[in-house]
Design a protein around this ligand. Sequence first.
Ligand code: F6P
Length: 341
Amino acid sequence: MRVGLLTGGGDVPGLNAAIRAVVKRGEGEYGHTIIGFRNGWRGVVDGFSLPLTRQHIRNQLAVGGTLLGTARYHPHASDGGLDAVLSTLESERIEALICIGGDGTLHAASKVAEAGVRIVAIPKTIDNDVWGTDQSIGFDTAVTIATEAIDRIHTTAESHNRVMIVEVMGRHAGWIAATSGIAGGAELVLVPEAPFDIDKIERFLKHRHRAHASFSIIVVAEGAVPAEGTSMHYETPVGKFGDIVAGAIGERLKAEIERRTGFDTRVVVLGHVQRGGIPTPVDRILGSRFGVAAIDAASGGQSDVMTALRGERVEMVPLSEVAGKVKYVPDELLSVARALA
Ligand code: F6P
């Protein structure tokens, strides 16, 4: 059987582990030919592909990024995109397509499945907000990197008696902020799920610095927003397409905190550092498990499904139930972060 494989959306550490698992299991167990498409859906539209063999995946397990390349391109959102996808899949004689991606890629995958293509998806995103799975590939590495950064920021914050704002990724959900905030012992964790009250933050910081500490660490997800009616001096800039501007909420908080408290404040935007470099063992293992499960499912004739971690097990969930939904941070996790502030 000829099986297509692509990675779409933002890269994450652990993608190569999944690619390796698909190729090793696909070739070794089933004798499939694995056709890799370059740069996500863009490569399918352009017919930019290569047969993936064991040679391509040698020594890739511990390498970050994706050996296939990726792009933020969604065929269902552009004119003729879907038709071009179907035509390439037909000319390449692809019988099943494995798509590794976050919300955008999975949404496109479900549209292609609706058109009759056998699709098996694998969730990846450092934001960990794909619905239906306990964890997505890349999240563990991002939390590890963010936690190490917070540990390092602690010593300089204390030495300089500063408020340090650490902005982490997380557009719609604050998984990285909540978990790295707990692991790194942050004083405040601000997430999109719970709009913040700047008056409370001001009172908290003044009280803390008066009472017993001369420094504070605030971890903020890039998608965090002030509560409605909160009066803040500075506006958050919005990107050209209405998207989030990296560093914007961190800078806005800094300006507001300095104006209200007079405390020396700095912002550290972790940005793409969270997505780069060596995957943790957890992400290598998750990528490997999802890769094996995906090729097994495709070989067994399953379609329109996504691999999902459910407790200890990897299961398949219907892709149509996943696409378009966001998995938010549960209250329990947020209340731990608050309880330990
Ligand atoms: O989708 C994951 C993510 O890492 C977000 O948290 C972040 O906002 C975005 O990607 C950044 O995207 P880009 O690499 O396109 O700037």
